[in-house]
Design a protein around this ligand. Structure first.
Ligand code: ZN
Length: 144
């Protein structure tokens, strides 16, 4: 048994979100009560075996690739589907980006990026991200 959520005509469906992370995906995409179109957050959806997932359906916008990849920070297996006229026109797995600007926040409280009006900057360095300002390295999950 499941909850039926209307299909959307035009927009973005983020699927295979790690269970419990759907709300954080919405935060990351800047979706809140002021968003003018319909948004559905479906939590704890059965997907195969016993694993559960969250799904976010956002009507009205095709989420950009930059933001799509940032979703990998909080949910590495997420897939992003662009929907137009009710059909999936593009499907992409979120991948950790090599570089990010204006996405994520440096966890170092002394970092200049937390005190001045500058966009955050990170570059992938091995398994971690290096801050473009304080040069410290952090795990992807620490940035969001
Ligand atoms: Zn920093």
């Amino acid at each position: 048994m499941g909850i039926t959520v209307d299909t959307i005509e035009q927009g973005t469906v983020v699927d295979h979100i790690q269970q419990g992370m759907g709300i954080r995906v919405m935060d990351l995409l800047g979706i809140d009560k002021n968003y003018p179109h319909r948004v559905a957050l479906v939590m704890n959806v059965g997907s195969g075996k016993s694993e559960k997932k969250d799904i976010v359906k956002i009507e009205g916008i095709l989420v950009s690739e930059e933001k799509t990849d940032a979703i990998a920070l909080i949910s590495p297996n997420a897939t992003i589907n662009h929907i137009q006229e009710g059909k999936v026109v593009k499907k992409k797995k979120a991948e950790l980006p090599d570089r990010m600007e204006g996405v994520g926040k440096c966890p170092n409280p002394k970092c200049i990026s937390n005190h001045q009006d500058v966009p955050s900057r990170f570059a992938l360095d091995g398994e971690e991200y290096r801050c473009g300002y304080c040069e410290r390295k952090f795990r992807a999950s620490e940035l969001v």
